[in-house]
Design a protein around this ligand. Structure first.
Ligand code: PBG
Length: 330
C-alpha cells in the first residue's frame, strides 16, 4: 500500500491547483481604469519623435497627442498626465512660459477636453521644464530655491490650467506650502471643482534620469536634494503626508513606485485619501531594456510590477506602460 507518509492538515497548495479556484481567490486585480498615461507635449504639428532613453515613448504635438488620447479612452484608461517640453529659447529664469494662457499645456488641455470629455485631464504643475537653469522654481542669488516666489508663480500656473479646463493639477516641485497656495488660488478664481493630486512623497531619485532627457529638464547645476526627499527616509514622508492633508489636497502620490512600495503601503494605512503611485521613466526604461535584450518577458514583468503596486495599496498608477498594459489586460 502506498500511503502518504504525511497527513497535511494545512496545504495552501490545495487552493492553487485549479485555475478557477485561483481566479476566484485572487486578492488583487489590475484594470485599465487603474492607469493614467503621461504625455510629453511639444509645439508644432504632426510630430511624433521617439525619446532615445525611453524607446516606445514619444514626444507629441497636440494633434498627435489627441490620437493618443483616443486610444487611451478606447482602451479604458482613466486619464492623461500632461508635461510641456518647450524650446530652449522660450525658457527663462522663472519659467514664465508655464503660465501663458495660450501655452502648450493649456492648448492641449482645451483640445482634449473638447474632443474627449470622458477622459480625465491632469497637468503636472512644476517649473523644471520651463526654467533655463532646470530647477523646480525661482532661484535666489546664491542658487537656493526661493519658495515664496515659486509659490506665487505656481498659483499663476495652476490658474491658467484651470481656466483651460483641467480636472486635476499635480504639483511635483516639493515646495513647502504648495497645496495651500494652489487651493487658495483655485478657490479665489472660482475653480473649486479642480482637484489637487499632490506629489506628497517624492524622492530625489536616480530613476528620473530618462524623464529629464525626455522633458529636457535636467538641472544645469547641482541636484534636487535640497527639495526632494532622501531615499533613506520613511518617517519624514508621514510629515509630508500630514501637511498636505492639512493643506487640503485631494489625492496623494508616492514617487517613484517600485523601490518605494513600502511607502505606498504606509500611506495607504495612514490616510483615507486615494493613494497613487508613479512608475517613473527609469522604471519604464529598465524593463524595456531587459526585454529588448531578451532577458525578460515584457508583458509578464510589466503586469507583475503594476500588480505589485496595487497589492501595496495603490488606488491608481501613473505609467508609461498604460496603453500596453490595458491592451494586454483587454
Ligand atoms: C518635474 C517632474 C519630474 C518627474 C515628474 N515631474 C522630474 C524630476 O523631478 O526631476 C519624473 C517623472 C519620471 O521620471 O517619469 N518636477
Amino acid at each position: 500500500m502506498n500511503r502518504n507518509p504525511l497527513s497535511l492538515r494545512h496545504s495552501p497548495r490545495r487552493l492553487r491547483r485549479h485555475p478557477a479556484m485561483r481566479g476566484m481567490l485572487q486578492e488583487n486585480q489590475l484594470s485599465p481604469a487603474d492607469f493614467i498615461l503621461p504625455i510629453f507635449l511639444v509645439e508644432g504639428e504632426g510630430i511624433r519623435s521617439e525619446i532615445v532613453s525611453m524607446p516606445g515613448v514619444f514626444r507629441h504635438t497636440v494633434d498627435s497627442a489627441l490620437r493618443l488620447c483616443e486610444e487611451a479612452l478606447v482602451k479604458g484608461i482613466s486619464g492623461v498626465l500632461l508635461f510641456g517640453v518647450i524650446e530652449e529659447s522660450c525658457k527663462d529664469a522663472c519659467g514664465s512660459a508655464s503660465w501663458d494662457r495660450d501655452g502648450l499645456v493649456q492648448k492641449a488641455i482645451r483640445a482634449i477636453r473638447a474632443a474627449y470629455p470622458a477622459l480625465l485631464v491632469i497637468a503636472d504643475a512644476c517649473f523644471c521644464e520651463y526654467t533655463d537653469h532646470g530647477h523646480c522654481g525661482v532661484l535666489t542669488a546664491d542658487g537656493d530655491r526661493d519658495d515664496n516666489a515659486t509659490l506665487e508663480n505656481l498659483q499663476r500656473q495652476v490658474l491658467s490650467y484651470a481656466e483651460a479646463g483641467v480636472h486635476v493639477v499635480a504639483p511635483s516641485g516639493m515646495v513647502d506650502g504648495m497645496v495651500s497656495a494652489i487651493r487658495e488660488a483655485l478657490d479665489a478664481g472660482c475653480h473649486t471643482e479642480v482637484s489637487i493630486l499632490s506629489y506628497a512623497v517624492k524622492y530625489a531619485s536616480a530613476f528620473y534620469g530618462p524623464f529629464r532627457d525626455a522633458a529636457d529638464s535636467a538641472p544645469q547645476f547641482g541636484d534636487r536634494r535640497a527639495y526632494q526627499m532622501d531615499p533613506a527616509n520613511r518617517r519624514e514622508a508621514f510629515r509630508e503626508l500630514d501637511l498636505d492633508i492639512a493643506e487640503g489636497c485631494d489625492m496623494v502620490m508616492v514617487k517613484p513606485a517600485m523601490p518605494y512600495l513600502d511607502m505606498v503601503r504606509d500611506l495607504r494605512e495612514r490616510c483615507d485619501l486615494p493613494v497613487l503611485t508613479y512608475q517613473v521613466s527609469g522604471e519604464y526604461s529598465l524593463l524595456q531594456a531587459a526585454a529588448r535584450a531578451g532577458w525578460l518577458d515584457l508583458q509578464r514583468s510589466v503586469l507583475e510590477s503594476l500588480l505589485g503596486m496595487k497589492r501595496a495599496g495603490a488606488d491608481a498608477i501613473i505609467t508609461y506602460y498604460a496603453l500596453d498594459a490595458a491592451e494586454w489586460l483587454g
